[in-house]
Design a protein around this ligand. Structure first.
Ligand SMILES: O=P(O)(O)OC[C@H]1O[C@](O)(CO)[C@@H](O)[C@@H]1O
Length: 220
């Protein structure tokens, strides 16, 4: 599973990119709103940090033609080439837009996915990534991890090129489970990314090594 950061918090992203092996960044209108930045500023700041990483930008229109226009505009405005992914929410117009964008050579991330069939149709429409929302499913008494597992199973059994981009996490355990279910990628907020690598026993072990090694390391 590869990791993407789900944020437009520029300072948090800088801190993460310093050490975390991320492959890209996802945003959506809510994340933008939380950052207090306009799209042009947020995405440019993100690009300055991620370099050649992938940048997933959600469209705002709800008509296929407009979605396509928006996606093409962002791709060229930010000069992202193949690192650009147009995030297209699932809808009839969205599916139309996915096909047109793929034919035009624009990468697509299908988003707001809550069922395995939504994902499979997006895959057939050409989506490179499909993003099922784990916590939002769990919160309506559905089972986010199972939906992710079913989509992964489809990608394998039907030999699809589409990758699962598991999204909407509230706990480290959910991330553990989607990776065990075989999700090829996950987009995670900075707080949880930091939390992923923490364990009190690790801290205790390192503290012990530091104590025990004091004065013994004499090669400088
Ligand atoms: O339920 P949440 O935490 O808002 O997450 C939904 C997630 O789906 C995505 O839009 C998928 O890329 C993320 O950017 C976003 O965080």
């Amino acid at each position: 599973m590869i990791y993407l950061a789900d944020t437009a918090d520029i300072q948090a992203l800088k801190d993460l990119y310093d050490f975390f092996p991320l492959t890209g960044v996802t945003t959506n209108p809510t994340i933008l709103k939380q950052s207090g930045l306009k799209l042009s500023e947020a995405i440019q700041n993100i690009i300055d940090i991620v370099g050649r990483g992938s940048v997933h930008v959600q469209v705002m229109s709800n008509k296929a033609e407009e979605m396509v226009k928006e996606a093409k505009t962002y791709k060229s405005y930010f000069n992202l080439g193949d690192n650009f992914y147009a995030k297209i929410p699932i809808s009839i117009e969205g599916y139309k837009a996915m096909r047109i964008l793929k034919d035009a050579g624009v990468n697509v991330t299908a988003t707001a996915i809550f069922t395995q069939q939504q994902a499979l149709v997006a895959s057939r429409a050409g989506a490179d990534f499909v993003a099922p929302y784990v916590s939002r499913l769990d919160n309506i008494s559905s089972h986010g991890i199972e939906v992710v597992g079913d989509i992964v199973k489809n990608t394998k059994e039907f030999k699809l090129d589409t990758k699962v981009l598991a999204a909407s996490f509230k706990t480290v355990d959910q991330i553990h489970r989607v990776s065990m279910a075989g999700a090829q990628s996950a987009t995670i907020n900075p707080e949880l990314l930091f939390q992923l690598i923490k364990h009190p026993m690790t801290d205790i072990s390192i503290a012990q090594f530091e104590k025990d090694g004091e004065g013994l390391y004499n090669i400088f």
